[in-house]
Design a protein around this ligand. Structure first.
Ligand code: NOJ
Length: 768
């Protein structure tokens, strides 16, 4: 069913190696729409620059006075101060006096567009206060092709639609706050194994056919570009055997051509292998001069790169700077708050008091309740009775780690090729499943930052116990703890860690599972809380009759424990939904291990994406595999009813092809439904819309709305289906096409809990 034109990926026959054809010349930024003023200003300034000055904008320089991950050159003659570039995912990295927001995966589990936007705004304000011009995020790749991916938690979801919506909100938030967003990693950066070349072995090649590229991996980048992302980071890996950062088909052809991206493309750190990347559309190299260094001006002089290309690079970079208002005299000097923390410094406190409710609400919103059994006739395990008499707390993940995340003091940066070699070969710094040193609130490296404090589960429970008069027992070290037989409930805290640089070893670990089972054997009311930087299987214990409740608590950021306590005691209701499918077994995932593992004799690892778009629930649905908990699932303390589905237009739509990207965003159909809180307490429902597109997976997410509802209250949820939402990518015609056929519309509470069904009909008709 996959059509292949631009790339060939034939793993078994090995008849052809995937190739990425060259696309030249590099399109110049046009500066239309929202970019118009910024381009006019940028062009004015660039016109006054010498070739050397323009080239200085496009590369990094070492600066001793800040720890920014990168610093561009400056143009003092024209008063242009240069820019500081810095990570990333859950807050400003490697500095003090900042906040730790919920990580990407946690935000994905919230399914909350408004909260995601607010998080983006407040995080953006912190970057700005520190003098960071470019925040190195958000993350639309990896999406999570392999559930073992070490960086999956940096993004929002394995689902391109959910990822795209939340990336767009984050980008808008950052840029509204005056910081340039850097949407990364473009593209096919789906694993850490072989992510970079080392010892003569090339980085993994993600061999992606054209239809899969468009309908899956490119999809969230399209949302990012549409939201105005001012920069994009190309990735370490190869795509169809050409390094992403010199892949002219992808940068010139797809990003700057098809998507008409007007911002600039930035190198992932040291990912440049070739000066010709300039002609492939790369606009900025980091952290230093890369292979263009001083040679870019040389290349212009000898004719291998045109001066107009360098002018276009500089224009795109400056346009981004103008777009978000960094020409304003009150934008802080680049890197002003990013001092080396081991030296005496006056810390710049970047935190905004108004962000506190957003941090807490965000932490609450990404917790997903997956099991909540009856413990008495009508009472479920959660929420706790008003004042539990006795709570017993177990597990290494319940308390704060003994040392604060060293990321505050040391910018770990990227790995040397030697370390990388050792890591992929599994001989050094091999990553364990669980972080046993304490609770986790974020994953590791570029997506992490240091929190001002960590509200850990045990401290938060004790604080509540002090008020309620609850007796608390705890044993966080014993693998087989004694349990006080009078415990009202036992809480077991375990985790699953992941980090940039390493893929995970598996989706659960025996020691943590054994701990749960041992506590459950002694305690009739055992509540399991899993902090997880990715998918963490629960099948070893989820059906144990004494495991009465289970919470996937993901990565909540600094307010972790406080948020959990609000949920456990019913001050807030669970509203998170799984942004991935939780399988019963590892083998249930259509793609499991990162490719290349165990194939140590290759010098050119090939990752053939033969599964196409059949990942996660798309594959579970198509193959009829029953998950433990499906994509979109999550329990609440209340119940919701769905009614009154309406579809417009009722008459058939006409099949058609899109004319360029602009009309892809036109609304072709509207769907409405009524959601009612039919239970006894307030709660938020995440109403989800899935569409059955002909010649595609049975269901694909194409809308979601999170609605707060008091008991008895109803709300209308509205979904707008755009041309893109209904389209497939036509490889031969190189365009998005709405095919004739019937499109089932499913509205419900998860990908498998469909409550209302309708049909859209598309008839053969004149081309739009
Ligand atoms: C490499 C990582 O892949 C990227 O995400 C990060 O932004 C840079 N290093 C800078 O730290």
């Amino acid at each position: 069913m996959r059509s292949v034109l631009y790339s060939l990926a034939l793993p078994l026959a090995a008849a052809a190696i995937a190739v990425s054809p060259p696309v030249h010349p590099s399109p110049e930024g046009k500066g239309t729409g929202r970019w118009a003023d910024a381009y006019a200003s940028a062009r004015r300034l660039v016109r006054q620059m010498t070739l050397e000055e323009k080239a200085n904008l496009t590369r990094g320089f070492t600066r001793g006075d800040n720890v920014c991950a990168g610093n561009t050159g400056s143009v003092p003659r024209l008063g242009w101060p240069g820019m500081c570039l810095h990570d990333a995912g859950n807050g400003v990295r490697a500095t003090d006096m900042v906040s730790s927001y919920p990580a990407g995966l946690h935000v994905g589990a919230s399914w909350d567009k408004n909260l995601t936007y607010q998080r983006g705004v407040y995080m953006g304000k912190e970057f700005r206060a520190k003098g960071v011009n470019i925040a190195l995020g958000p993350n639309a790749g990896p999406l999570g092709r392999t559930p073992l991916g070490g960086r999956n938690w940096e993004g929002f979801s394995v689902d391109p639609y959910l990822s795209g919506q939340l990336n767009a909100e984050t980008i808008t938030g950052y840029q509204d706050a005056g910081v340039i967003a850097n949407l990364k990693h473009f593209i096919g950066n789906e694993q850490e194994t072989y992510r970079r070349p080392y010892f003569g072995v090339e980085a993994a090649s993600s061999n992606i056919d054209d239809r899969t590229l468009h309908e899956y991996y490119l999809w969230p980048f399209m949302d990012g570009v549409q939201a105005g992302a001012a920069s994009i980071m190309c990735s370490y890996n190869r795509v169809n055997n050409t390094y992403s950062c010199e892949n002219s088909r992808l940068i010139n052809g797809v990003l700057k051509g098809e998507l008409a991206f007007d911002g600039f493309v930035m190198l992932d750190w040291n990912a440049q292998h070739n000066l010709d990347s300039a002609n492939a559309g790369l606009d900025m190299v980091m952290p230093l001069g890369g292979s263009w260094g001083q040679n870019l001006t040389q290349a212009v002089r000898n004719g291998s790169v045109s001066e107009s290309r360098v002018t276009d690079m500089a224009t795109r970079i400056l346009a981004a700077w103008y777009l978000v208002g960094q020409d304003s005299p009150d934008f802080p000097p680049p890197g002003v708050g990013m001092k080396n923390l081991t030296q005496p410094h006056d810390p710049v406190d970047a935190r905004v008091p108004a962000s506190k409710p957003v941090l807490l609400a965000g932490a609450v919103a990404g917790h997903v309740l997956v099991k909540n059994a009856l413990v008495e006739d009508t009472r479920r395990a959660l929420p706790f009775a008003a004042r539990p008499a006795m709570l017993s707390v177990f597990g290494y993940d319940a308390s704060v780690p003994p040392t604060k995340n060293t990321d505050a003091l040391f910018q770990l940066g990227y790995m040397s090729s030697q370390e990388m070699g050792q890591a992929v070969l599994g001989t050094a710094r091999h990553f364990d499943q669980a972080a046993r040193g304490g609770t986790i609130v974020v994953g590791g490296r570029a997506g992490a930052n240091a929190p001002p404090y960590i509200s850990d589960p045990l401290s938060a429970i004790q604080r509540r116990a002090a008020v309620d008069g609850t007796w608390v027992n705890w044993d966080l070290t014993s693998p087989d703890p004694d349990v006080n037989g009078a415990s009202s409930a036992c809480l077991v805290f375990i985790n699953a860690m992941a980090t940039e640089g390493w893929d995970r070893d598996g989706l659960h670990d025996d020691a943590s599972d054994a701990l749960v089972l041992r506590v459950a054997a002694k305690c009739a009311n055992t509540v399991v809380v899993v902090h997880a930087a990715g998918i963490r299987l629960v099948d070893r214990w989820i059906e144990h009759p004494n495991v009465t409740a289970a919470v996937l608590a993901h990565l909540p950021g600094q307010d972790s424990g406080a948020a959990l306590v609000r949920l456990l005691y019913g001050d807030d209701n669970f509203s998170g939904r799984l942004p991935y499918t939780l399988a019963r077994n590892e083998s249930d995932y259509s793609v499991y291990a990162p490719c290349g593992r165990g194939r140590d004799n290759t010098t050119s690892p090939q990752c053939d994406y033969t599964e196409g778009v059949y990942l996660d629930y798309r594959a579970f649905d198509a193959r009829n595999v029953t998950p433990r908990y499906e994509f979109g699932f999550g329990l609440s303390y209340t119940t919701f009813d769905y009614s009154a589905l309406s579809l417009a237009p009722e008459a058939g739509l006409c099949a058609s092809a899109g004319n360029g990207t602009a009309d892809l965003w036109a609304t072709l159909a509207r769907v409405e439904a009524t959601v009612t809180n039919s239970g006894a307490v307030a709660g938020d429902e995440v109403a989800q819309l899935y569409l059955g597109i002909p010649d595609s997976p049975p269901k694909q997410l194409r809308g979601f709305e999170k609605v707060p509802l008091r008991p008895g209250e109803s709300a209308t949820v509205r979904f707008e289906l755009t041309r893109r939402d209904l389209s497939v990518w036509d490889v031969t015609g190189q365009r998005w096409v709405v095919q004739a056929g019937t499109y089932p519309v499913y509205v419900g509470a998860s990908s498998r809990d469909v409550r209302l069904t309708g049909t859209l009909v598309v008839v053969e008709g004149a081309s739009a």
